[in-house]
Design a protein around this ligand. Structure first.
Ligand SMILES: [Zn+2]
Length: 375
């Protein structure tokens, strides 16, 4: 059985794609016209979730754990071509672990990247749409399982009331380049804000029309790219909300060196942005980063750190970070106390991590159990 929110999503999905009336639903907000539905989506959703929401966990690394070979310039997006059933499975695993927001496999899915593999532009655009459809199909399967009694009564009852949004992932220009600049944020002087806007424009337009509830701009490594996203959302009149999520290697700045505070200001001043946060960053930096974000925004804060391990690109393996044995989940209530409201995991976190986060947030497990990241 669907909950009220998911039903309303289905109707709003149709409304977005079939009638022009949504453009009329405006409200005066902070001196300018903003579509009311867009600006309040996240706050209303958080209310439905009981104040806090669970985001899913590492996607690419989870595909890998299930045997996918993603050692490719397309990274996880390769599975949209070669093993879409695994993409569905990982979404389902996260839903069954309690995720309220599932993030699509489009992080490294770009038209330019697919075309470089020999696909046509039309095929590339279809794959982007497909990434969102797969997430919705997984949600349908999840809700159907709730009603068919494949789970015990208690769990099925809880799961059928689990509100779920689909966030369409957009990774950085550096992620497409797959040359390490995703982790340095250094694109060189020849890459201007206009270059970045031109690079991302079509993908963002396709994802907007794909039926996704929001766009998750993830692992943003520099301020320039955040500015490019903000401009694009405004100039292209993108009609679904977005979140901006940055990475940090020191708890103060993004990889390029711009301060997280300056980056968050860009996100805060963009009216289409409904949450601001940090992902794919060591859990040990998150507490201070939330404090920094709170200095410049009142928008909901989303945090989904990685496992704390560090990726050794040369040898293509994850190495234990200083705190990789630390209990990731035991931090969640502290992050909540600092003012974050959406919590999940990024690379190398698993459905176990997400299940434990969901338990902490539901109050079932105040002293979280130890989670060991699997090798
Ligand atoms: Zn990550």
């Amino acid at each position: 059985m669907h909950n009220a929110f998911s039903r309303s999503k289905i109707t709003s999905h149709l409304r977005y794609s079939s009638t022009p009336s949504y453009r009329d639903v405006h409200t005066l907000f902070m001196g300018s016209l903003v579509k009311e539905e867009t600006s309040s989506l996240m706050t209303k959703f958080l209310e439905k979730c009981g104040g806090y929401a669970v985001v899913d966990g590492g996607f690419a690394t989870e595909l890998q754990r299930h045997g996918a070979d993603i050692n490719d310039p397309l990274w996880s997006a390769k599975c949209l071509i070669t093993s879409p059933h695994l993409v569905t499975k990982v979404h389902l695993d996260y839903l069954e672990s309690g995720a309220n927001i599932i993030i699509t496999a489009s992080y490294q899915a770009t038209i330019q990247g697919f075309v470089a593999k020999g696909l046509s532009v039309g095929e590339a655009e279809s794959l982007l749409r497909r990434s969102v459809e797969i997430a919705y199909e997984a949600r349908e399967i999840f809700y159907n399982r709730c009603t068919k009694g494949s789970w015990d009564f208690d769990y099925a009852g809880k799961a059928s009331g689990q509100p779920v949004l689909v966030a369409a992932s957009v990774g950085s220009y550096g992620a497409y380049l797959a040359d390490g600049s995703e982790y340095s944020g250094i694109y060189g002087d020849s890459v201007s804000k206009e270059t970045l806007k031109d690079f991302h424009r079509r993908r963002v337009q396709i994802l907007e029309k794909s039926g996704a509830d929001l766009i998750a701009f993830e692992a943003i490594p520099n301020k320039l790219e955040a500015e490019a996203y903000a401009d694009l959302l405004e100039e292209e009149e993108i009609d679904i909300p977005a979140w901006f999520s940055f990475t940090s290697k020191d708890g103060v700045s993004v990889p390029r060196g711009d301060s997280v505070v300056e980056c968050a200001k860009v996100a805060d001043s963009c009216k289409k942005v409904v949450a601001i946060g940090i992902n794919c960053t060591s859990p040990r930096f998150i507490h201070d980063l939330i404090i920094s974000l709170r200095q410049v925004t009142r928008k909901p804060i989303v945090v989904y750190p990685n496992s704390g391990e560090v990726y050794d690109g040369l040898n293509k393996k994850w190495i234990s970070g200083e705190e990789s044995e630390e209990d990731f989940v035991s931090y969640v209530s502290k992050w909540r106390d600092e003012g974050a409201s959406l919590f999940g995991g990024c690379c190398r976190t698993t459905p176990n991590t997400i299940r434990a986060i969901a338990k902490v947030l539901s109050g079932e497990c105040p002293a979280a159990s130890k989670i060991k990241f699997e090798q």
